[in-house]
Design a protein around this ligand. Sequence first.
Ligand code: CTP
Ligand code: ZN
Length: 153
Amino acid sequence: MTDTELRVSKIEDGTVIDHISGGQALNVLAILGIDGGSGEEVSVGMNVPSDRLGRKDVVKVEGRELNQDEVDVLSLIAPAATINIVRGFDVVEKHRVSRPNEVTGVLSCPNANCISTDGEPVDSHFEVLDDGVRCTYCDTIVRESITAHVSVT
Ligand code: CTP
Ligand code: ZN
């Protein structure tokens, strides 16, 4: 990588989520539960030029190593993402996201009468299909715009 491509500073320890589909960075933050109130040190690059994707987004989280379960949910909106674990400024681990079989508590069901959305203390739970996700409680299928159903709580 050349210096001109470095739009956001390197981090010392933490996680770099690279090769996020252009425009999806804010949804990635929502899925990871990162907002201004979480107090974490986060850098975001949006629509950065990329050889592989044309344009990509990049999210860098200082001081936190994301685990595989957390990042697998990202595959629903950023299938090409790479997860880089950084220690002492070096990338010590690099892996791809993989599609989970199920997702608990990240997305919210669009059915207002669903037990997971009507005020009961029940975590949402979805089965991941080839082309969307299905609510385990009411069988509602979300095919498009999954990100519209990310619950930002
Ligand atoms: N990175 C960072 N801070 C570091 C080390 C790396 O922010 N201390 C970022 C780089 O800017 C890059 C990503 O982590 O966006 C992956 O780094 P690296 O593996 O060095 O880059 P590439 O070889 O270009 O990665 P790839 O082959 O996955 O495209
Ligand atoms: Zn439901």
